[in-house]
Design a protein around this ligand. Structure first.
Ligand code: MN3
Length: 256
């Protein structure tokens, strides 16, 4: 079995986490060939020589989003928490490969499937999260332009109605999780969804566009229990040009 085959099988499995499947494109086995794929091997730090994922660097310095998100939170979040998801993903892939070649314990298949879904979700979610933010000096905050702005107003009624819905969804995630602005390809509309942990509750097939991490590790050092203050601050650093570029890649071409 080649490394590539191992990896392709693994990526197919990652589809069990809805966000994972979507982020890698509708057909994960050809993720790199899919024109609508949001992330490629480079984005996810995949090293074909080791058949493992590595932690990609932050796209800006730790203090770039201050005062909205402080440097210490960013450093721990990226270097410790995100790194932990990458380690967990690699370990789950290794354990499932061992089960396939007969050296692992097949009774633990479900356990490692769950670990794969959780950690792959964590890796993909955080990769989208970092690049979904930008310092205000580099275009963070404000409103999206163009087609995305128009379609947000069509899907939610107004831009303010969208932000009210998005912020409330983020504020009311029970325990640890995320709120996402997603594109739902069957109804062909933008939606806001909550996600528990790193993978639960998203619809299968939706494409994540904008996510806010509301695990306590994302804000507790600076905001303690004031999650809504963190959410308000996050709105000032949304990298709308990047979110619009993601939308551009996945929206269908419509008849004029
Ligand atoms: Mn996190």
């Amino acid at each position: 079995m080649t490394h590539d085959l191992t990896r392709r099988q693994a990526l197919g499995t990652m589809g069990a986490g809805a966000v994972a499947l979507s982020a890698l494109g509708a057909t994960p086995s050809i993720a790199n060939a899919a024109s609508n794929s949001l992330l490629d091997d480079h984005d996810l730090g995949y090293d074909p020589n080791t058949n493992e994922y590595t932690l990609p660097d932050l796209p800006y310095p730790y203090d770039a989003l201050a005062p909205h998100i402080d440097a210490q939170t960013m450093e721990i979040h990226h270097d410790k928490h995100h790194a932990g998801y990458v380690r967990g993903l690699n370990n789950a892939l290794k354990q499932l490969a061992a089960i396939r070649d007969g050296s692992g314990d097949i009774a633990l298949t479900q356990h490692w499937q769950r670990q794969l879904s959780f950690h792959a979700g964590g890796h993909i979610n955080h990769t989208l999260f970092w690049s979904g933010m930008a310092p205000q000096s580099k275009g963070g905050g404000g409103q999206p332009a163009g087609r995305l702005n128009k379609d947000i107003r069509t899907s939610f009624g107004s831009y303010d109605a969208f932000t009210t819905h998005f912020k409330k969804a983020a504020a009311t995630v029970e325990g640890s999780g995320w709120a996402w602005l997603v594109y739902e390809p069957i109804a062909q509309q933008l939606m806001v969804l909550q996600m528990e942990n790193q993978q639960k509750m998203l619809f299968a097939g939706v494409t994540p566009l904008l996510g806010i991490d509301v695990w306590e590790h994302a804000y507790y050092l600076n905001y303690q229990n004031r999650r809504t203050d963190y959410i308000d601050a996050f709105m000032n650093v949304i990298n709308w040009p990047e979110i619009a570029a993601r939308y551009q890649r996945v929206r269908p071409l419509r008849a004029p």
